[in-house]
Design a protein around this ligand. Structure first.
Ligand SMILES: [Zn+2]
Length: 288
C-alpha cells in the first residue's frame, strides 16, 4: 500500500482482515494492529514534531491498559505490525504507513463522549520508515503549490494602491479559508484551549501578528494557532499568552468573573511545536 493512499472502510478490512469498526483493530490472521486516528471524532490526537500522540481505546470512563491498548503498549516485544490511518473526512482512511512506539505510553485527562473528564492513555508513535515524518507526509499531499498561490495573492494585493488596513482585510478574506487554515485544522483539529471543533467557527490565528509577518510567515502553519472566536479574541488582544511549556498566562487585567465566562483558567496549557514556541516568545513578552 502506498503512503497517503486513501481507502474506504471495506478496502481497509480486506487488506488487514480486521473488524469493520473501532479505532484500534487487531487481526490475528495478519498479525497486525490497525490504528485509526479519526479527526472527526472526540479524541484529542496531536502531532508534535515527528511524534503522533495517539489516544488509546475506550470512549467513555477511564481508559484501561488492557485489550488493544495493551497490545499496542507491548508492540515492541510482541511482534505485531502496527499500521496507521488518519480520517480527516468522514469515511476516508488515509494510510500513513507502519508505526512504532516512540516512547512509553502515558496518562492524561480528556473529556469523554458525555463531556465528563476522564483518564486516557496516550501512545507516542513514530513512523517506522525513518525517511518519512508525519510532517513530510502532510506536505506530500499537494500543500506546497497552494501555499505558493497564497503568497502570490498576498503579493498581488500588496501591490494595489489601497489603505494598509484594507489590504489586510482583503488578503485575509481571500486566503482565510485557504491552505493555512486547512493545514492547521488537519494538525490541531479543534480550539487549542477548549473543545470547539466546528471548522466554520474556528479561527486560524497568527501567533506573530499578520501585519509584521513576512509573506512566508503569513502562510507558515507553525505561525498558527487554532482557536474558537472567544479564545482567539483574547489571544489577539494579548489578554492571554503561553509560556515555553505551553502553560497559559492570563493578563491580570481580566477579572475572575470574565475568566469564568470566557472559559479560561490558569491550569490550561497547549502543546506547542518548537517552531510555534519561537513565534510565541514575542507574543508572550507583549502580554498586557
Ligand atoms: Zn476555545
Amino acid at each position: 500500500m502506498e503512503l497517503n493512499e486513501v481507502l474506504n472502510n471495506q478496502q481497509l478490512c480486506e487488506v488487514f482482515l480486521c473488524a469493520p469498526q473501532g479505532g484500534m483493530r487487531k487481526s490475528n490472521r495478519t498479525n497486525s494492529l490497525t490504528l485509526i486516528s479519526d479527526k472527526t471524532k472526540l479524541y484529542d490526537d496531536r502531532v508534535v514534531g515527528d511524534v503522533y500522540h495517539y489516544t488509546g481505546m475506550g470512549q467513555s470512563g477511564d481508559q484501561k491498559m488492557s485489550g488493544q491498548n495493551l497490545t499496542l503498549a507491548e508492540s515492541y516485544q510482541n511482534g505485531v505490525e502496527i499500521h496507521f490511518f488518519e480520517v480527516l473526512t468522514s469515511r476516508e482512511y488515509t494510510y500513513r504507513g507502519q508505526v512504532q512506539l516512540a516512547g512509553k505510553p502515558y496518562k492524561t485527562e480528556q473529556k469523554d463522549r458525555n463531556g465528563r473528564q476522564r483518564l486516557v492513555w496516550i501512545f507516542p508513535l513514530r513512523l517506522q520508515n525513518s525517511k518519512a515524518t508525519f510532517t513530510t507526509l502532510y506536505k506530500m499531499t499537494d500543500d506546497e503549490p497552494e501555499l505558493q498561490e497564497d503568497i502570490l495573492i498576498i503579493q498581488q494585493v500588496e501591490n494595489m494602491s489601497i489603505e494598509q488596513t484594507e489590504k489586510e482585510r482583503l488578503i485575509k478574506s481571500r486566503i482565510g479559508q485557504g491552505k493555512f487554515k486547512k493545514l492547521l485544522i488537519q494538525r490541531e483539529c479543534k480550539c487549542a484551549l477548549c473543545g470547539v471543533s466546528d471548522s466554520r467557527m474556528l479561527i486560524a490565528s497568527h501567533i506573530k501578528p499578520w501585519s509584521i509577518s513576512t509573506n512566508e510567515e503569513r502562510v507558515d502553519v507553525n505561525n498558527g494557532l487554532l482557536l474558537c472566536p472567544n479564545h482567539d479574541n483574547m489571544f489577539d488582544k494579548k489578554l492571554i499568552s503561553f509560556n515555553k511549556d505551553g502553560e497559559i498566562i492570563i493578563s491580570t487585567s481580566v477579572d475572575a468573573t470574565d475568566r469564568l465566562f470566557m472559559n479560561i483558567n490558569s491550569k490550561m496549557r497547549v502543546v506547542l511545536t518548537e517552531k510555534q514556541q519561537s513565534y510565541m516568545e514575542e507574543h508572550y513578552r507583549s502580554l498586557i
